[in-house]
Ligand binder design. Structure first.
Ligand code: AP5
Length: 198
């Protein structure tokens, strides 16, 4: 995908990929493995924000209560976070974004960042899982925002703010749908199949 084999980095090729899906679908789980296979960094905005909270940074103090309530951090803050991260050297030849974009505004921001760099997305993988299973998985994990009421709120926010991205990326011919309600290894294999790997 992307710029072709000639200028591909050793052990991989340029891949600019977004993982889309509801909370608990397995985006983070898959991002790590897939990133290694594709030779690009897996970038989780949720992990970046949790790290900021743990460090007590200005960003962390700003987002902590938003995250524990299950709401979304505002688009302007997220644009800064993502723009800075994608400008780092390890992301110049590709990335796997987990948790961004989550709103149509964020999708336009990402398109703008890539356009300025003369790049574009290669694929958006939609991982879907039935709601009961999402609740079961997240409750079993028990992160700070994995309490039942907060999970229901995160699912509602997903349906309202993030699900419209499915149509947005479908229209652009980028969407690939993956059944996430299968064993982890099966989901990985299906994702790798999208890139002709495995
Ligand atoms: P974020 O960290 O992105 O949370 P999320 O989208 O709610 O996703 P999760 O981490 O809950 O689920 P996942 O799909 O990654 O699944 P996972 O692999 O972990 O965001 C957290 C918060 O940060 C947001 O609510 C918001 O406040 C803020 N935020 C982040 N990005 C933002 C943005 N762009 N804009 C605004 N705000 C933003 O798996 C879940 C569990 O299931 C694990 O225990 C795992 O072991 C298990 N599991 C995974 N796959 C399988 C499988 N196939 N079978 C059985 N179990 C599985």
């Amino acid at each position: 995908m992307g710029e072709g084999v000639d200028d591909a980095p050793a052990g991989g090729r340029d891949s600019r990929v977004v993982l889309l899906g509801p909370p608990g679908a397995g985006k983070g789980t898959q991002a790590q493995v897939l990133g290694e296979h594709l030779g690009v960094p897996a970038i989780s905005t949720g992990d970046m924000l949790r790290e900021a909270v743990a460090n007590g940074s200005e960003l962390g103090r700003k987002v902590e209560s938003i995250m524990t309530s299950g709401s979304l951090v505002d688009d302007v803050t997220m644009a800064q976070v993502v723009q800075e991260r994608l400008a780092r050297p390890d992301a110049l030849r590709g990335f796997l974004l987990d948790g961004y974009p989550r709103t149509l505004t964020q999708a336009e921001t990402l398109a703008g960042i890539l356009h300025e760099a003369g790049r574009q997305l290669d694929a958006v993988l939609l991982v879907d899982v039935p709601e009961d299973e999402l609740v079961r998985r997240t409750l079993a994990r028990g992160r700070a925002d994995d309490k039942e009421g907060v999970i229901r709120e995160r699912l509602k926010v997903y349906r309202e703010k993030t699900a419209p991205l499915i149509g947005y990326y479908k229209e652009r011919g980028l969407l690939r749908e993956i059944d996430g309600n299968r064993p982890v290894e099966d989901v990985t294999a299906r994702m790798l199949g999208v890139f002709g790997v495995g």
